[in-house]
Design a protein around this ligand. Structure first.
Ligand SMILES: *Cc1c(COP(=O)(O)O)cnc(C)c1O
Length: 258
């Protein structure tokens, strides 16, 4: 009896996850259609603080391969117990001291989306080069509205941003591939749904500038549960959605998780 109650609970959770993931996919597709765009918008399932069983349910029963995590130790743990063909995105604030662990202990690390310094690029690149693992896609986090509590490159003073891109596009850099820009929309901008989001338009402008200066193509990672529809309307290529798929996150635990 107990066994079948567990099985039933897992089955119910699986169905719930597939339902909510599909609902987000549908909303993405509708929004792209309404914008009369033929772009494809990638959906990244943000699984921080969620159990591996939830990730496995989407992996096994809905073919999901891209998952996003914010904490290095948590990601290493999940990487060790989950299938090796998951494409992990690290989207959290990365401490310089954790770059090596991240590069070495997550062989199937696909992307790091919140890079905010040249030093971290170099650390990741060096650690990765020594191992012969595949390249990591890098997106540079931009502090689009210059909020004090947020990390990321300045959108107005470009020196370090240029230095980082110079490095990423040089032959010196072997294991990182510059992929795009990312921003986290401010709460105020995200909650005024019907107007243009200033974080997103700032990221767009910066992309225009960088693509022209470097003659490169950059993707935009912008939009989370509360603002991904608006982000797509404004040109996002990739949205990072957690709670709309998995439900509310368990409360943040001790800092040792990071
Ligand atoms: C947690 C997180 C998300 C997902 O947030 P939701 O509001 O749950 O969709 C997206 N991006 C980043 C950088 C995050 O830290």
């Amino acid at each position: 009896m107990a066994q079948s109650a567990v099985a039933q609970a897992l089955e119910a959770r699986k169905n719930e996850l597939i339902r909510s993931y599909t609902a987000v996919e549908n909303l993405i597709n509708e929004t792209v259609l309404q914008a009369c765009s033929s772009r494809s918008v990638a959906l990244l399932a943000v699984s921080k603080f969620q159990p591996s069983s939830d990730i496995l349910a989407l992996y096994n029963h809905h073919g999901v391969r891209h998952f996003g995590e914010n904490y290095v130790q948590e990601l290493i743990g999940k990487c060790n117990e989950l299938p090796q063909d998951i494409m992990w995105h690290f989207i959290g604030g990365l401490q310089t001291g954790k770059c090596k662990d991240l590069a070495k202990q997550v062989p199937n690390l696909y992307a790091v989306e919140a890079i905010d310094s040249l030093k971290k690029c170099k650390k990741l690149d060096t650690a990765r080069q020594q191992l012969g693992y595949g390249p990591i896609l890098v997106s540079l986090q931009i502090n689009t509205l210059g909020e004090e509590q947020k990390s990321g490159y300045s959108a107005t003073v470009h020196d370090e941003l240029f230095e980082t891109i110079d490095y990423l596009t040089s032959t010196e850099c072997k294991s990182l591939q510059l992929h795009g820009l990312m921003t986290i929309g401010s709460f105020a901008e995200s909650t005024s749904q019907d107007e243009e989001n200033a974080d997103f338009s700032c990221l767009l402008d910066l992309r225009t500038l960088l693509e022209a200066k470097y003659n490169i193509k950059l993707t935009l990672s912008m939009g989370m549960s509360n603002d991904f529809v608006q982000a797509i309307k404004q040109g996002s290529d990739s949205v990072r959605v957690g709670s709309k798929i998995f439900g509310a996150r368990p409360p943040k635990q001790s800092e040792s998780r990071s």
